[in-house]
Design a binder for this molecule. Structure first.
Ligand code: A3P
Length: 288
């Protein structure tokens, strides 16, 4: 199967040309947010689909009908993908929108907006491993080469959506410039799913009864999502995502990086992380 990847560059950041065009990226940066919008922001492979599921289930008070009948990309369309521009234009009522864009590309669109922004971060070693495996199955992304090659590109910020470090710093350093901002990590969701669902429900001001919370939790745990074709990407044609090469819902764990990183790669990564986040108070959970 030949790969479909084409790389687009927009304001210095590389994007997948198959999904993102100059027009769709411009549309995203000039987007008119409404105060009732909820925007999920992540660097790829940080728990995007998981948060889409959590917000959908909080919004439905735990009723799973929608998450079992409508794919995540339709419930929570990506702002920057050209397929979804029209969908966002016609959506009525509170919109759930997803983006991987770095802060500086959305800063002016979000200025003064009361839209709710949920930023999900994940420990970057697990992000790198998950992204590497995703590149192998996603034919719209470049061939990642060896893990060593991919890791170097990840550390250099030359992968799609640019540098993880800049992404996390950009959004968290500007948290005060976004009126309604929630920061949460993949690891927190993993260690305390019920507490995380409650946190999201408080942030969205959608209080849930105990049984609604329990239902929401049930439908956003890994095993349930792994078997749900509305979130596991098995609906996507094989020529775009090749499920014979790997699963989208792959492992869903903290610390899988230990199975991929050599000691030397881990040391190099730690050194880059220390330098890049030297002025940040962010901390990550690396294993459980
Ligand atoms: P792994 O490749 O490490 O398994 P994204 O949605 O941002 O692309 O992130 C995908 C990653 O989140 C994958 O990580 C996937 O397995 C994991 N994931 C998705 N839903 C999850 C859940 N309910 N619990 C734990 N991990 C989940």
């Amino acid at each position: 199967m030949s790969r479909l990847d084409v790389t687009e560059c927009y304001q210095g950041i590389s994007f997948c040309g198959h999904l993102h065009t100059q027009e769709s990226l411009q549309y995203a940066t000039n987007f008119q947010f409404q105060d009732t919008d909820t925007l999920i922001v992540t660097y790829p492979k940080s728990g995007t689909t998981w948060m889409q599921q959590i917000v959908s289930l909080v919004s439905s008070h735990g009723d799973a009908t929608r998450v079992q009948t409508e794919p995540n990309w339709s419930r929570a369309p990506w702002l920057e993908q050209y397929y979804f521009c029209d969908l966002l234009k016609v959506q009525q009522g509170p919109r759930l929108i997803t983006t991987h864009l770095p802060y500086h590309l959305l800063a002016s669109a979000l200025q003064g907006s009361k839209a709710k922004v949920i930023y999900v971060a994940r420990n970057p070693k697990d992000v790198a491993v998950s992204y590497y495996h995703f590149h192998k199955m996603a034919n719209f992304l470049p061939d990642p080469g060896t893990f060593e090659e991919f890791l170097n590109a990840f550390l250099d910020g030359t992968v799609h959506f640019g540098s993880w470090f800049s992404h996390v710093k950009g959004w968290t350093n500007n948290a005060n410039n976004v009126k309604n901002f929630l920061y949460i990590t993949y690891e927190e969701m993993w260690q305390d799913l019920r507490g995380s669902v409650e946190k999201v429900s408080r942030f969205l001001r959608i209080p849930l009864q105990d049984q609604e919370l329990a239902a929401a939790e049930k439908h956003c745990c890994f095993s349930s999502m792994q078997g749900n074709s509305m979130v596991n990407y098995t609906l996507i044609p094989q020529e775009i995502m090749d499920h014979s090469k790997g699963k989208f819902m792959r492992k869903g764990k903290i610390g899988d990086w230990k199975n991929m990183f050599s000691e030397e790669q881990s040391r190099l990564f730690d050194a880059v992380l220390r330098t890049q986040l030297s002025e940040s108070s962010l901390t990550f959970v690396w294993e459980c």
